[in-house]
Design a protein around this ligand. Structure first.
Ligand SMILES: [Zn+2]
Length: 56
């Protein structure tokens, strides 16, 4: 029997201020991609900024 697959998709976490893609993560797309906004550290600006999910 085949293993149960979880539908996961790799996405980027993009800084909304400088548009630098700082993080790559995977999210479940079973019920659509959640439009999350996360406070993450931006390496480029060297401060915490809002990052949003960006699907490829
Ligand atoms: Zn930034």
């Amino acid at each position: 029997m085949a293993k149960k697959k979880s539908k996961r998709e790799f996405v980027w976490l993009e800084c909304v201020e400088c548009r630098q893609r700082n993080y790559r993560t995977s999210v479940s797309v079973a019920e659509g991609t959640p439009k999350l906004k996360l406070n993450k550290f931006c390496k480029k600006e060297r401060k915490h900024t809002v990052h949003k999910i960006r699907r490829k």
